[in-house]
Each structure stands twice: as C-alpha cells, then as structure tokens.
Design a protein around this ligand. Structure first.
Ligand code: ADP
Ligand code: MG
Length: 261
C-alpha cells in the first residue's frame, strides 16, 4: 500500500514544491516507486517536471471534478525528470475551490478508490496550494501523513500553527480522516543564523519529534535545479551536495518506516 504524504502550508514561497520534487527524487534513489501529485492551480511542480508548454488530456482537476472511480489512474503521466511519475495539475483546479460541488473535500479520495495506485507506488507525494481551502482538504483526506514546510522565521511559525489546527480538525472527524498520522514539520532554507537557530529551537520546544531532522539547508542549487529541470544529484556544487544529503536522510527514514509496516 502506498504511503501518501500531503505537503502543505497556507503560505506560498516556503518551499512546498521544492520539497516534493527533491524528496521524490531522493526516494527514487533509495529504490522507492514514487508518484507526485500537483494540487496547486499554479502547476509549478508540473512545469518543472514536464515543462510549461505541455498540455494534458486529463489532469488532477478532471479526477477531482468528475470523481468517477478509477479516473485517477488515467491521469498519471510519465515525465523525463528522472522518470518521476506525475498526476499533473492545471489552473482549472481553482474551480474546485469556487464551484458548488457535492462533498467537495472527499473527491480525491473517492477518485483514488479502485484506481490501483496504492499497489503501483510505494510513496505518493502531494504538492498542495498555498491556502487552507478545499484542495488542501482533498489532499489531507486522501493522505496517511502530512508535512508542513516552513522557514525558520518568526512569521512562518504562525503559519505552522494555522496548518496544524486544520490537521487537527481533519483528524478529529470521521467525515474527514481519522487515519491521518501525526503531522510533521520540515524546516526549509535553513542557514544556521542566530535567528534561524532560535526559531528552530522554539519549534523543537513546541513540537518535539514532529520537527523532522535535519532541516533542509538554504542553497541556490534548489532554484538552479528547478530552472534547469535537473535533480539535485546531477548538480555538483557544495550546496547541492549538502541539500542532497538532507533529502536522502528524509528519504531513508520514510523507507525505514515503510519496511516496518
Ligand atoms: P512553494 O511551493 O511553497 O510556493 P517553492 O518550492 O516554489 O515554494 O519555493 C519558493 C522559492 O524558494 C523557489 O524559488 C525555490 O527555488 C526556493 N527554495 C526552496 N527551497 C529552498 C532552499 N532549501 N534553499 C534555497 N532556496 C529554496
Ligand atoms: Mg508550490
């Protein structure tokens, strides 16, 4: 059974898409079969994986909007980004937030029912939009685990609190997802400055083990990899190597958990 991890934060620009992309690659390097899903109408993840010109007959929008059992499997597209498989997103996803729909939050889970993806992949990573609306709820209701990505800066910590409140609501209701595991916090763009170490300590004091170690270091290699559409492992700068090590740590602990299930 695939382990489904939904990656969110109501704030944009914190590194959600970068986390999904680089963790997917790191998981592949340790032998996991990985699928990524782009729930953000801005489709940044889709653009990095296949280029911004590529159009799809079916996207996650169709699977969520039409919700027929099995559609999700038809949405899967292969990519030339190290062979990471993708559930592409597009700007139509914004309609899910806006239109009058029956059970609007449950639709991704319904679309996944019977789609067979759980058998084909070890890990499914969902990149969510910078908002705590219906698309994020769709991700949280389909997932077994969620991670919130945040900078180690004061204003970011508030966003983490808001995100965790939503996760609590989802886990507290059988209408939503009681099976969602304890949420985890990823500190991204970490630079070991006094401010960063102070905020990191504060997060650890407040949330303990929920804060995943190590933090993902700040490096221009992340943006370079995305604009050149190459994975971190193909970049040889010191920053790329350090960030790659952090990601491979995160991947190794996921793999270890999968082996224990
Ligand atoms: P989000 O998906 O939350 O909007 P992105 O993943 O698009 O955020 O990241 C926002 C910007 O920050 C991008 O330009 C990305 O390259 C950059 N970025 C992400 N992670 C890091 C990092 N660890 N170090 C430096 N820059 C990063
Ligand atoms: Mg993004």
């Amino acid at each position: 059974m695939a382990h489904v991890i939904a990656v969110g934060n109501r704030k944009g620009g914190v590194g959600k898409t970068s986390y999904v992309l680089n963790l997917a690659h790191a998981l592949q390097l340790v032998g996991c079969r990985v699928l990524v899903g782009d729930l953000d109408p801005q489709r940044n993840l889709t653009d990095v994986l296949v280029g911004s010109d590529k159009e799809f007959d079916l996207t996650l929008f169709d699977a969520i909007y039409n919700e027929q059992a099995g559609t999700l499997a038809q949405v899967v597209s292969t990519t030339d980004f190290h062979g990471i498989d993708l559930l592409p997103g597009d700007e139509q996803l914004a309609r899910i937030e806006a239109e009058n729909l029956m059970a609007p939050e449950q639709r991704l889970r319904n679309a996944a029912d019977g789609a067979g993806l759980a058998e084909e992949y070890d890990v499914i990573l969902l990149d969510m939009p910078p908002a705590l609306g219906r698309l994020t709820l769709n991700g949280l209701i389909y997932a077994n685990e969620t991670r919130v990505v945040a900078d180690a800066e004061a204003f970011s910590v508030k966003g983490v609190v808001k995100y965790l409140e939503l996760v609590d609501r989802v886990r507290g209701s059988s209408m939503y997802n009681r099976a969602l595991g304890d949420p985890k916090i990823v500190i991204n763009r970490y630079a070991s400055t006094a401010e960063h170490s102070y905020q990191r300590e504060a997060l650890i004091n407040a949330y303990g083990d929920a804060v995943i170690e190590p933090a993902i270091p700040r490096t221009t290699a992340i943006a370079d990899g995305q604009s050149a559409r190459v994975p971190l492992s193909r970049i040889s700068s010191r920053g790329a190597v350090k960030a790659g090590e952090a990601y491979s740590n995160h991947a190794a602990s996921i793999k270890k958990e999968l082996n224990h299930r």
